[in-house]
Design a protein around this ligand. Structure first.
Ligand code: GMT
Length: 371
């Protein structure tokens, strides 16, 4: 099939899922066109059968905001006509799904199908804002098919937008071989000279991720045992966290690595992943950690309970319960046998439920059902 995938090129989960889906589909012989305002970081290297198209939007003194949604719709029309793309898969509703709808109206004489995959903040944070609500509801209803990355997000979408149409749940996924291939990529003593346990967090440092809580949980752990904390990623709250680490007097045990294209190489050196988010429709970063046998301590919000099995592959606590999450972390890091059991269970859960080989065919089957 000839598939157009629209996504954000940034380090957020939706761009990663869209890129990994493109790679999986291309490996299965499909022709995949990626449409975004820049090349997604996971697709910068060459991939057979993947074509990347950058959307350029004209600016004009009258425009306060460049009309990206219109530039995107125009690019989609051009690509369908030029390459014979059969379906457009928009990742993250705003504005991708609406641009796909507009392109489909313009392409009346082409029978293209549109699929919208909802990722989380497009529904729970941004989508519910009154400045987008009506357009998002309309666009979801007009898509030929809609998927959500978790059962939680499917239900939230129905509740928030009173959607009648079927919403398929196709969870995020991971190529678990990527962990195996990176087994010897990092040297633990680089970060933990006395082989202290290493806690790790990765996110876009936006308020929804509560990175301050990550630091507070670590400070509680640090009171009980030697440990290190590695932060992966960057964003608006990074400076705040660096300041907080100094206030809590843990700055010498906290390492900021900044944005990384892949976590797997580092994950083999780590012992526990912290994700105490306010909201999390799925928690792709937690899945990546678990795939490398790193248990997760986080919050029982959104889709995270569908990813982390409380008491088996990690622990989940209510948002803001710093001490509870710290105690969970200590209970794992101070008991090697229990920790190893959680490591094995975490990787097993990903292999059983979230392996790319079993999820990508679900998208293929959905495409075929439309064509
Ligand atoms: O809101 C973000 O953190 C970014 C957003 C994205 O577009 O990357 O993340 C959402 O999509 C991910 C991929 O499906 C999910 O794993 C994240 O849980 C979800 N984030 C939230 O719901 C807060």
């Amino acid at each position: 099939m000839k598939i157009g995938i629209v996504c954000y090129p940034t380090h957020g989960g939706s761009g990663v899922v869209a890129s990994e889906l493109a790679i999986g589909l291309a490996n299965r012989g499909h022709e995949v066109h990626i449409i975004s305002y820049a090349t997604p970081f996971r697709l910068r290297s060459f991939h057979q059968q993947i074509y990347v198209h950058e959307v350029n939007v004209a600016t004009y003194p009258l425009f306060k905001y460049p009309p990206y949604a219109l530039g995107l719709a125009t690019k989609l029309v051009e690509l369908v006509e030029e390459y014979g793309i059969e379906l457009i898969h928009a990742h993250y509703a705003i504005p991708h799904a609406t641009s796909a709808y507009l392109a489909k109206q313009i392409l009346r004489d082409h029978t293209i199908k549109t699929i919208t995959t909802l990722h989380g903040t497009d529904i729970t944070l941004v989508g519910t804002d009154q400045s987008f609500h009506r357009v998002i509801k309309f666009t979801i209803e007009e898509s030929d098919a809609v998927t959500a990355v978790s059962h939680y997000l499917r239900q939230r979408t129905i509740d928030e937008f009173s959607i009648q149409k079927e919403i398929h749940v196709i969870p995020n996924f991971i190529d678990t071989l990527r962990c195996k291939n990176n087994k010897d990529a990092c040297l633990k003593t680089t970060y933990a000279p006395n082989n202290e346990p290493i806690l790790v967090h990765a996110s876009n440092f936006r308020p929804v991720k509560r990175v301050g809580d990550v630091t507070r949980i670590f400070a509680e752990v640090r009171k009980q045992m030697a440990a290190k904390l590695i932060f992966i990623g960057d964003g608006p709250e990074r400076l705040f966290v660096q300041q907080l680490a100094r206030e809590l007097q843990v700055q010498k045990d906290v390492i900021f690595l900044g944005e990384q294209d892949q976590m797997e190489p580092l994950l083999h050196c780590t012992d526990l992943f912290l994700l105490p988010s306010e909201q999390e429709s799925f928690g792709l970063a937690a899945l990546e950690a678990m795939a490398c046998g790193v248990p997760v301590v986080g919050t029982s919000v959104g889709g995270l309970p569908e990813v982390v099995e409380h008491g088996v592959s990690g622990f989940l606590a209510p948002v803001g319960e710093i001490r509870e999450m710290a105690n969970y972390a200590i209970s794992l890091l101070s008991d090697p046998k229990k920790h190893e059991a959680f490591r094995v269970a975490a990787r097993r859960r990903v292999m059983d439920l979230y392996e790319a080989q079993s999820i990508i065919p679900q998208y293929e089957a959905l495409y075929r059902s439309l064509l």
